[in-house]
Design a protein around this ligand. Sequence first.
Ligand code: SF4
Length: 464
Amino acid sequence: MWIKPAQEQGIRKTVADRKVQLAVYSATARLKEKRAEAVSPDVFPEYEELRSQANRIKQHALENLDHYLEQFEKNVESHGGRVIWAREGAEVADFILGLANERGVSLLVKSKSMTTEEIHLNERLEHHQLEAVETDLGEYIVQLAHERPYHIVAPAVHKTRQDIADILERRLHVPREEEPEKQAMIARRTLREKFLAAGIGISGANFLVADSGAVVLVENEGNVRLCTTAPRVHVAVAGLEKILPRAQDLAVFLKLLARSGTGQLLTVYTSFLSGPRRRGEVDGPEEFYVVLLDAGRTRLLADKEKRQSLFCIRCGACLNACPVYRKIGGHNYPGAYSGPIGAIITPQYQGLARDPWLPYASSLCGACAEVCPVKIDIPRILLELRKQITESRTGGLERMAFRLYGWLMRRPKLYALAGRMAGKLARIPGLAKLGPGAAWASQREIPLPAGRSFRDEWRERKKS
Ligand code: SF4
């Protein structure tokens, strides 16, 4: 079996859970609708041109990654910050643990970051008795519920307001509130104290700008600003692929990201951070670090076809468009990334052997590629991955079966005889559900073969 029994059970459970189905279906439908309005040719005629431009910029940035990363590092350092290079997630955690130890910090605040989810940073820090508190409202809710984010952009998309009321009441010991505004106020009051007490603020990065050394972060809640300015130390953790060559490229990406993610023209806050607080400035951290994470990314660079997986700007539009994600939900994908982008990058980061079923978690309908603002050809990459899996898994029996098939195809009379016999066997009830095709046939109605073969029909037509 390619999929582990526990994973299959998880999927079955989600599909049968009407409450989760309704919550995810309606939230993703809303996001889809808002995106469609925001990119419609009437209100945003330059959309298609910007998508092509974004694709070209990403391609160029990745082809010259070494140059732009070095330029970025030089510029960060010229502003008084430091760049740390991390091959794996453990190195990121080690660096932050070292910093916390040296500075005597036990409380850290975090803004939403898929990269830190990818490397399980919270768990690694908690393992060393550090408290790392998520400050994005959705992330905070899933953290309180001891869960993973369900969606790249909307981490608590599967929770109803009643679920959230339960979580806040149980975990924060506050009176039950079902109104979203009141729930937000409860989280805000609790988190405000954490911001003021934390010694280190950790963020991700939406973009890293090589020509200015800036870390660019977009958000709607203001928690990123507090996270990156209130604590004495700010650490931004970013994948190497987040690099953009020039500040002016942001004009393309900021417009695409907000529209594709939430249907907004721009997010409420866009922060450009390029170093620690300078003399005369009233806020900002005293120390500023950017940790650049590889974790499988440079390996992916070597593959010209699949390299485009690294173009992703984590807008989440492909999740909202995907019929499989909307049905099986975010928690059934292994790893931090779910939906179509998760189905292509998780196997490439962690290796194909661990979850070979992932590239098959797609109907190949193409909806993901249609909405992707950076034009990643996700269905093509899924097919490439499937091909790789098939090639590596094709066993002796399968190879022998194909050899026999090839041999038969070259002998027309024998082939016709075998065809007639197969037609007869296929009519025996239940036979298709035995043997190697059993799993496939268990979910499908196998159509009965036609009474007459194409050859017979052809011969007859030629006679008449
Ligand atoms: S693959 Fe494209 S649509 Fe999906 S999250 Fe990334 S940028 Fe957005």
